[in-house]
Write a protein that binds this ligand. Structure first.
Ligand code: CP
Length: 316
């Protein structure tokens, strides 16, 4: 497939064939990641800036590792310790970074639309590592890839439940788009105050009762409860939230056999997911992390090896 995109901003801009091509390419990198020597020379001479204006463990580390395993040079910039803290604008920051001639900027930022904004300014590729509540496309792709490995690429008619703080979740928005595109039936379950008004226009079934939401599901993605929401008056008390919405084994008694448990991390154990379930046999939470490195290797390869796409991933 000839990869024509300059930027990865959201899931909407990818066709189903492109999503499947990303999964296929990620499988090749999963194999490379299982070798004792995990480094391949396909992005030698390329450079990637990781600009994270919000905290991250998984996304930042896996992009960094992905770049290094492909032999690209990676450089990290956080808002703390950068001139961002002195009031330099986002526009001036990214123009400054681009003047150093990177091939891609991977950015996380708290403003929805910020990735699209900088993509319009820059000639290098922009990969969105999470912008406000808007989108987290690489998380959705790694979630989809993780389930494609588990379900042998058969998503048709599978029931996927997304549970928790839907209103403030970029993961929920990107996952809903990805899983509906793949042919799944998507459900969301949350207190009414954590469901955005636009939920009505989404292609999802909405639940407020976790027991009913879990009936027949094949996978559940529990989301981090953003604890600052209580201060904003959207939750009466964290304990009340966890009594009704903390995912436990008892909720999954009516789920499909072999139901899979996922969480994008970081987890609040005992608030949105019980510790037992997070560590259970059905949990794919650490598989998601492993998939994250392979998917980000695939994305860097597809976006940066362009237009020399005839370049092959080396065989073992
Ligand atoms: N899932 C996710 O984006 O995790 P980090 O915030 O640790 O990157």
């Amino acid at each position: 497939m000839n990869w024509t995109h300059k930027d990865l901003l959201d899931i909407e801009s990818l066709s189903i064939e492109e999503i499947r091509h990303i999964f296929h390419t990620s499988s090749r990198f999963m194999e490379i990641n299982s070798r004792s020597i995990k480094k391949v020379p396909i992005l030698r001479g390329k450079s990637v800036v990781l600009f994270f204006a919000e905290p991250s463990t998984r996304t930042k580390t896996s992009f960094d590792m992905a770049a290094k395993r492909l032999s690209a040079d990676s450089f990290s910039l956080a808002s703390k310790g950068s001139s961002f803290q002195k009031g330099e604008s986002l526009r001036d920051t990214v123009l400054t970074l681009e003047a150093m001639k990177p091939d891609a900027i991977v950015m996380r930022h708290n403003l929805s639309g910020s990735a699209g904004f900088i993509a319009g300014l820059l000639k290098c590729s922009v990969l969105n590592a999470g912008d406000g509540w808007n989108a987290h496309p690489t998380q959705a792709l790694l979630d989809g890839f993780t389930l494609s490995r588990t379900w042998n690429d058969d998503f048709q008619g599978k029931k996927v439940l997304i549970l928790g703080d839907i209103a403030h979740s970029r993961v929920a928005r990107s996952d809903i788009k990805l899983f509906t595109r793949l042919g799944c039936h998507v459900r969301v379950c949350a207190p009414r105050t954590l469901l955005p008004p636009c939920t009505r226009s989404w292609p999802v079934d909405v639940y407020n009762d976790l027991y009913k939401a879990c009936l027949g599901i094949d996978a559940v993605i529990s989301l981090r409860l953003q604890l600052e929401r209580q201060k904003a008056g959207l939750l009466p008390h964290i304990r009340e939230y966890s009594t009704r919405f903390c995912l436990k084994q008892e909720h999954l008694e009516s789920a499909a056999p072999g139901v899979k448990i996922m969480h994008p991390g970081p987890m609040n154990r005992g608030i949105e997911i019980s510790s037992d379930l997070a560590d259970s046999k059905g949990s794919l939470i650490l598989d998601q992390v492993a998939s994250g490195v392979a998917v980000r290797m695939a994305l860097l390869y597809l976006y940066l090896a362009r237009p020399k796409h005839e370049q092959e991933i080396p065989e073992g």
